[in-house]
Structure formats: C-alpha cells, structure tokens
Design a protein around this ligand. Structure first.
Ligand code: NAI
Length: 342
C-alpha cells in the first residue's frame, strides 16, 4: 500500500511537472507558404504537436482558409491565418520562435533543384527580410529549394540587418535521412524505425552523402551504387510519379515536422537531441563550404554542437570529395546572388 501511495504521489508530481513545462513553454511556430503541397500537411502535423501553443499560417494565397480548417482540430493550440500584406506578415512573425519556410515553386520532371533558383531565391530573400525585422531571434528552418543556396541567402539577409545568429539558421535535410533509413530497411527487411543512417553534405544530388559504414551496413557493387543513387535522387522518383504536379510534399511535411519537434524538445530542456541539418559549420570551411550538413546536437539556443563527419571508407571519401566540389558552387551562388540583389 505504502509503495502504491508513493508511486501515486510521484505520478501526480510528474503530471504537474509535465503540465508546468507545457504551460511555461508557450511556443509560437510560423509556416510561410502554408497553403502549398508541403505547407498544408506540415500545418496539420504541427497542429497535432502539443509543444506548439500558437500556429501562425501565412501564404500569398489562402492562408486564412487553411488556418480555419486546421483550427477545428481538437488540440489546444491556437491557429491563425494572415492576410498576404505587410500587416499580415508582421503579425504572423511577431513573437515566433520557429519559422518554417516551404514557400516557393517545386520541381517538374527533368528539373534539378538548382533550376528553381531564379524563382525561389527572391521569395526566400523577401521572407527572410520580414523575419529579420519581426522575429530576429527565431530559429529559421529553410525548406525551399535549392536549400544549398537558399540557406546562404537567408544568412546574407540576416547579416545585412545585423541580426545573424549562426546557431539559429537551419536547412532542413531531414528528408534525406528519412529516405536513407527507409530505403535500407527495404533492402534488409528491417523496421525502418530502428535504422538511423547518417547523411552528410547538402540537399541535392551528389551533395547528399549517406554514410552506410557508420551504421555497420555493408552493401557492395551494384547494390551499393543503386542505394546511393536512390538516396541522392529519391526526390526524382516522386517528381516523376507526380508527373508535373509537384515534388515530395507528404514525406517532406513529416520530415519538417520531425525537425521542428526536435528543436522544440531541445528548447524545452531535453538533452541529447541530435538531428542532421545544413548549418554554418567549420567542417569544410577551409575547402570553401561555409555550410555543411552533419549530425547536430540541438539545445535551448539552437545549434549546441556540430558533430564531425567521423570515420568513413575510401568509397565514402570519394562521394564526399564530389559533394564538397558541388556544394561550394551552390553556396557561393547563393551568397553572390544575395549580395547583388539585396
Ligand atoms: P507548392 O507550389 O505546392 O507550394 C508553395 C507555396 O508557397 C504556395 O502555396 C505559394 O502560394 C506559396 N508562396 C509562394 N511565394 C510566396 C511568398 N512570397 N510568401 C508566402 N508564400 C508564398 O510547393 P511545395 O510542393 O509545397 O514545395 C515548396 C518548396 O519546398 C519547393 O521549393 C520545393 O522544391 C521544396 N522542397 C524541399 C524539400 C526539402 O527536403 N528541403 C523537399 C521537397 C520540396
């Protein structure tokens, strides 16, 4: 009986603690581009996340409509959609702690992510300007492609406004890790939930480098080549299957929501939260890459610790060399464009 009383008292205390953690961690999350293929399911998943207390949805079309729909879901967070004007974006971003940007055009069959540059560069620049002004301390999660270039563009905007914090700017590469885990599980007939493949580099083609050796997986010959190709070009499978109607949206929404959840967990005090993400990093700066995706430990202030690439095989070193060569160009393209088009 005594044990039961203690257990019950402990349970009550834990419940109160859990409640006070939730109550004292009111978190406003904004989605810019919330009406899109990614934006809608991402907004839905964020509405289901109890760590989010306020969900702010903005798009140049239909933000309030998506918000009205999502707001009927019976979870506690408040949802609001904003008008596509200066007052709307200001109100949407004010007080936001996390800003996810899936605004921009997706690929059509035959296009690379770099083909989106001309359109999406200015969309990300303009939204970054609003964020730098209205929520300079927010964590910025860039989904719009080409991520290898749009993240550097966001940095240049924040720098030009004097509010850049390298610990708070993230390119969302989670989908590459999600795919790498799913695809290896299909080969090995395992549960993908138990697979955790490290993926480093960037987020397009040859810049995506899965490091199978680090999880002890040994594929060889054609099977290895096919696996690497599938992870690097997995997005193309979706673009082709959708046949002109867009790129990955549902799996991307899940990946974006997972990354936001990890940031929220870390912000709310959980230790040891590690996600792969494209951040400003010293790992390959001497080779011209200011940004690089590797495993990053997250903390209350964003980036806590950037993990090195670690031990890799000669084959993986070959992939990494190709990655760095491409990535360097993608990053400087973004930086130069941002400087020429402030
Ligand atoms: P979509 O065309 O379905 O949606 C984009 C939305 O952005 C539209 O609702 C549009 O009205 C809105 N938008 C355009 N300009 C805007 C602005 N200035 N302010 C606010 N909203 C604006 O495209 P989808 O499929 O949602 O993809 C969005 C982006 O995400 C694309 O660039 C795509 O390449 C990228 N993506 C990134 C992935 C990643 O792993 N990081 C994976 C898949 C896609």
């Amino acid at each position: 009986f005594a044990t039961r009383q203690v257990t019950r008292a402990a349970f009550g205390a834990a419940q109160r603690r859990a409640f006070s953690v939730t109550a004292s961690n009111a978190t406003k999350v904004a989605v810019l581009g919330s009406t899109g293929g990614i934006g809608q399911p991402l907004s839905l998943l964020l509405k289901l996340n109890p760590r989010v207390s306020e969900l702010a949805l903005y798009d140049i079309v239909g933000g309030p409509g998506v918000a009205a729909d999502v707001s009927h879901i019976n979870t506690k967070s408040n949802v609001k959609g904003y008008a596509p004007d200066a007052a709307g974006i200001k109100e949407c971003l004010t007080g936001a702690e996390i800003v996810l940007i899936p605004a921009g055009v997706p690929r059509k069959p035959g296009m690379t992510r770099d083909d989106l540059f001309n359109t999406n560069a200015s969309i990300v620049r303009d939204l970054a300007k609003h964020a730098a002004e209205h929520c300079p301390d927010a964590a910025m999660l860039i989904i719009s492609n080409p991520v290898n270039s749009t993240v550097p563009i966001c940095r240049e905007v924040f720098k030009s406004k004097g509010v850049y914090n390298p610990k708070k700017l993230f390119g969302v590469t989670t989908l590459d890790v999600v795919r790498a885990s799913r695809f290896i599980s299909q080969i090995k007939s395992t549960d993908p939930a138990n697979e955790n493949i490290v993926v480093v580099g960037g987020h397009s083609g040859a810049t995506i480098v899965p490091l199978l050796s680090q999880s002890g997986d040994k594929l060889e010959g054609k099977q290895l080549d096919d696996y690497i190709h599938r992870v690097q070009f997995g997005g193309d499978e979706v673009v082709q299957a959708k046949d002109g109607k867009g790129s990955a949206t549902l799996s991307m929404a899940m990946a974006g929501a997972r990354f936001a959840e990890s940031l929220l967990k870390a912000a709310q005090g959980q230790k040891g939260v590690i996600e792969p993400t494209f951040v400003e990093s010293d790992l390959f700066k001497d080779q011209g890459c200011d940004f690089f995706a590797s495993n990053v430990e997250l903390g209350p202030n964003g980036v806590e610790k950037i993990h090195p690439v670690g031990k890799i095989t000669d084959f993986e070193q070959g992939l990494l060399d190709k990655c760095v060569a491409d990535l360097k160009g993608n990053i400087s393209k973004g930086v130069e464009w941002a400087k020429a088009n402030p």
